[in-house]
Design a protein around this ligand. Sequence first.
Ligand SMILES: O=C(O)[C@@H](O)C(=O)CO
Ligand SMILES: [Mg+2]
Length: 258
Amino acid sequence: MPRFAANLSMMFTEHPFLDRFAAAADAGFTAVEYLFPYEHEPQALADRLNRHGLTQALFNLPPGDWAGGDRGTASLPERAAEFRASLETARPFIEATGVPRVHMMAGMASRADARAVAAYETALAQAADFAAGLGIGIVIEPINGRDMPGYFLNDFDWAAGVIGRLDRPNLRLQFDIYHRQILHGDVTKALEALMPITAHVQVASVPLRQEPGTGELNDARLFALLDSLGYQGFVGCEYRPAGETVAGLGWFKAAAGS
Ligand SMILES: O=C(O)[C@@H](O)C(=O)CO
Ligand SMILES: [Mg+2]
């Protein structure tokens, strides 16, 4: 079975954020991810990882003003300086947690706007260079327009295209199965085709974004497919539990037993 990472932004929210690390470890997870670390001290996060024997699988670069509606600044030409500064904001968190890759969100813009596309590709190259200097990777994630209307990166083929155009060894795809199914479907064929450029996978049921195995896809079959494709990365469990987090982990126990 693939190595699952509990997403602490969505799972174990019965606990204050820093206590979710212990809860995830107690439930059998050996890795965690979350959207953003920036409200915490880098060392506090490292301590929780170390104390509970957890690997940090992923987090996102700073997104701009999330509460104000920003979903990244990379495709916003007028925010280029802020984007560059955000890389330095992330640096101590990357160093403290040992995260192997970070997700660069794109921002709210249209790909029909040539200035937005140029800003995005410039930012992506800067992020890849920055990450290479730290020995880590950058991933980009197409997100469906129902969850995030107006988001720049909402097409898997376009994402694969820009990864090819930039041609950086540390620039890869974050394949969120939930978004893929809503955007385009054809999940199996896409995993097969995009596996060579995929460095992080996430999962949730469709359409409710709840526990794997409770929606329209056969998630157990997709986990077996990831194994058969030789996928070595993490599968982030980016779902909102239908009830109490631990009560909904039957799918995880079943996967662990398989
Ligand atoms: O799928 C998602 O929503 C996340 O992976 C993310 O990074 C942005 O919200
Ligand atoms: Mg995701």
